[in-house]
Design a binder for this molecule. Sequence first.
Ligand code: FES
Ligand SMILES: [Fe+2]
Length: 378
Amino acid sequence: MQIVGAMRDQLTACIAEPEVAYTLPAWCYVNNDVYELEQSTLFRNGWVGVGRSDRWPNAGDYSAIDIGGVPVVIVRDEDGALRSYANTCMHRSAQIMSGEGNCSRMRCPFHFWTYALDGRLVGAPSMHHTPGFEQDEYGLVEFATEERYGFAFVTVSDSPPAIDDHLAGFEELHTPWPLESLVTTRRREFTVDCNWKAFAEVFNEYYHLPYVHRTSIDDLYNDPDPGDLVSGAFATQFGTTEGTGGLLAGNDSNILPAMPGLDGRAATGVRYTWMFPNIVIALGTEAMWMYEVYPDGAGRVRCAQVVAVPPETVESPAFARNIEAYYERFDVAIDEDIPILEQQHAGQKSPFAKQSRYSYLEPSVSRFASWYAERLLG
Ligand code: FES
Ligand SMILES: [Fe+2]
């Protein structure tokens, strides 16, 4: 698909500072051709977040995932490096690995071609009868894989930007939080019948809090700071909270220790950051909660909720009891968001959906739209 004419004008109107920008047009959320364009422009041509590094703590830990329609297997090798490969056999192209787990080798279920964790083809039954077959020419196609701040990123592009350029400015704004050392205490997956962008957006805006979360988390939040101006491919906004943002009102007796080293104003609120295109994180005083966001067609998104805390917190005596109160707060909020996201998706299907404007409480949504529009317009 080529974006032309009036559609081009609408996307161009998104590329501006939040105060004057227009919203992403509704067709971006429902049109299957736009979805395919996103897959090639964003997901097959740039860095994609695949979650926290500790999804794969040990050598041989692997996950089979989809990046922009490409089957990919992510695996920790014997030297501790996280690697990723095209999850397609070099014989007759069967998908090699499924789901997730631990393996010592990656073996194709069709004719048992077997690959080492470094991608070399190390077993190919009966192929010694094939004249001129050189086993070392049939290693897996490898993709660039990076770990930064405890997050893992993969790109299937063969000429990606340096990851540190992609994330330019991230470090200075996030340095108060010990991101790298946080350990995942919970990861759960679910799907929502909405567009992937809408799911990421609702996590990054304060506007809906008094309406969708009126009786749950709205009272936790004060009016946020303005969104930060950054050069990298992310949007971020800090806001102070009443007490911790990680617990529902009335659960303060469940408070966990603050993250080590966190002090000053950073310790009095939550920083919400959207690492484009598909990782959204919230950094509270005691915990990080975040979502991995994986598009599954224009009208469906697969999500993983992840909660992580410092290792010292896991060791604290009341951890097992108190962390449940945090999980409750994160689940209550997302359970309130999901019905409105599905309702939003229903409305976005209308040919009468209007391109509109943002409130001052949606700067990160606007900054994503601007980044997105620039990429789709090419
Ligand atoms: S397709 Fe994988 S071994 Fe034949
Ligand atoms: Fe929400």
